[in-house]
Design a protein. Sequence first.
Length: 202
Amino acid sequence: MIFENILQVLKTPRGALVAILVWASALTVGAYGIEYGVGVKPCELCWYQRYIHWAIVAWAAVALSCPAVRPRWALWGAVALGVLGLGAGFYHVLVEHHVVTHGCGVERFYTLTADPAALTALLAEAPVPACDQPYKMFFLSLPSWNVLAMALVVLLAVGALYAKTLNRAVPVGYGRARAATQPTGRRPSQAKRGAKPLAKRR
């Protein structure tokens, strides 16, 4: 019963946006928890995915607090940001498995400076993590978890959009039943005048 009530709430635009806001906020807090609690520094591609999380939080907060934003456009905006996050996470997974190459880590900073001494001092001050060696948690890398997290954002928004479309659809036979119950617009006296008695018809 509780699960059904939660599903009914998530099918509404406001319920889906609240869930997306809470989920994206939890992702942001979790990312900083892993960085400062575990000591795992984010790479360049990780930062790009964090930016998308921030954008989702900001978009959902604005959509919920501003009445001028239509629920349909708010959900479509969440879908667009979720798909963008899916692409960023999937690209990071490809870099992780060396399907594509991306200049990230030490080689990234080596292209920014030609002075070996400056490069050594820079790396000693703030070590740069490599994009192809992400932190793993529960047998999956953080980019893989981000792909699943962004897929959930898209599913929440699309589910609310689909439910909103179904609610707008008119069931079969509804128009006929409504037409049968509505008056024809003619007064009873007019209807009686139009109908001739049986005796006169003969």
